[in-house]
Design a protein around this ligand. Structure first.
Ligand SMILES: C[S@@+](CC[C@H](N)C(=O)[O-])C[C@H]1O[C@@H](n2cnc3c(N)ncnc32)[C@H](O)[C@@H]1O
Length: 297
């Protein structure tokens, strides 16, 4: 199932099949677990020691890794995974069951932005990670998310940060600087993806200003670092391999022949220079979380 569909792809296929991404999203979440736990603890501090957190919404939850972290962090709360892709919500429920959190994790299928109009209820904490940029009107999305907050509740949105780094500049294959060139291609893909979204609206992506326009106060943010140095664990290698394989498949035509050949070697499971075997592969990325409070006057 596609969470959204659009036509007329100019350069790349920007219509994402989220269900196909399920295990990649879950592996990514698992690699990020220490960061996600620290983030949840920071949000708990922001809500304050006196607030009893009864309900948390994870909007655009994917397979529910953070939903389950919230259920762990807020023992009195129900944590609800909200997503348009039913296969991902099934995964969130299965994960909660495995972790013994089944009683306090629920799921709601909602196609956004229509799903903002009733049905999701309200929450003390509303979290949305890497989902707002998949909605055509990002300001309207923040307005919708803010509208789910109970008085004194906190909205936290993970958007932006730094692109992931995973190899040295010179890897002894092809021209040095492959990562910078991949960044450019992904940035172009991202722009096409955004312009093809239903209701696509350009906005200055000044997230604190957008939070303020959504009626929130005490607006701030913080950035967390994922730092997995070389040599990578097998799970981290598998994640990186899947990431590069996806880039190789979806962006091949935007690469020149030399970079395509380099990527072919990097994703070759048998090649000693491939990311499944080479000793110098690492994962380094930064995620920014913007926060604001719903303080009714
Ligand atoms: C990049 S994933 C992020 C998943 C998870 N929050 C994370 O940070 O790993 C984006 C998620 O948003 C969901 N999504 C995208 N567009 C949506 C829409 N219009 N309505 C509902 N969910 C949507 C997708 O199904 C997917 O699970």
């Amino acid at each position: 199932m596609s969470a959204h569909s659009h036509s007329g792809h100019a350069h790349h296929d920007t219509d994402i099949d989220w269900e196909v991404m399920a295990s990649h999203l879950e592996t990514n979440g698992e690699l990020q677990l220490p960061v996600l736990r620290a983030t949840a603890a920071r949000l708990r501090d922001l809500l304050g020691p006196d607030r009893e957190v009864r309900r948390v919404l994870d909007v655009g939850s994917g397979p529910g890794v953070m939903t389950c972290v919230f259920a762990e962090t807020f023992p009195t709360a129900q944590a609800v995974a909200v997503d348009g892709a039913p296969g991902l919500l099934d995964r969130a429920l299965a994960r909660a069951g495995r972790l013994g959190l089944g009683g306090r994790v629920a799921v709601e299928r909602a196609e956004l932005p229509a799903g903002f109009d009733g049905g999701l209820g309200t929450a003390d904490l509303v979290w949305s990670s890497r989902a707002v940029h998949h909605l055509g009107d990002q300001q309207a999305a923040l307005d919708g998310l803010a509208g789910l907050l109970r008085p004194g509740g906190v909205l936290a949105v993970a958007e932006g940060g730094l692109p992931m780094r995973f190899l040295p500049r010179d890897i002894g294959l092809g021209r040095p600087g492959l990562q910078a060139r991949l960044d450019v291609i992904q940035e172009q893909w991202f722009e096409v993806m955004r312009t093809e979204l239903p209701g696509s609206t350009r906005v200055v992506e000044d997230w604190p200003a957008m939070f303020t326009r959504a009626g929130l106060t005490g607006v701030g943010g913080f950035t967390s670092l994922l730092d997995l140095p070389a040599p990578l664990s097998p799970a981290a290698r598998a994640y990186l391999h899947a990431h590069l394989s996806r880039l190789r498949d979806s962006m091949a035509e935007a690469l020149d022949a030399e970079d395509r050949a380099t990527l072919d070697v990097l994703v070759d499971p048998e090649a000693p220079e491939g990311v499944l075997q080479r000793p110098d592969a690492f994962l380094l990325s930064a995620t920014t979380v913007f926060t604001g409070v719903h303080q009714p006057r």
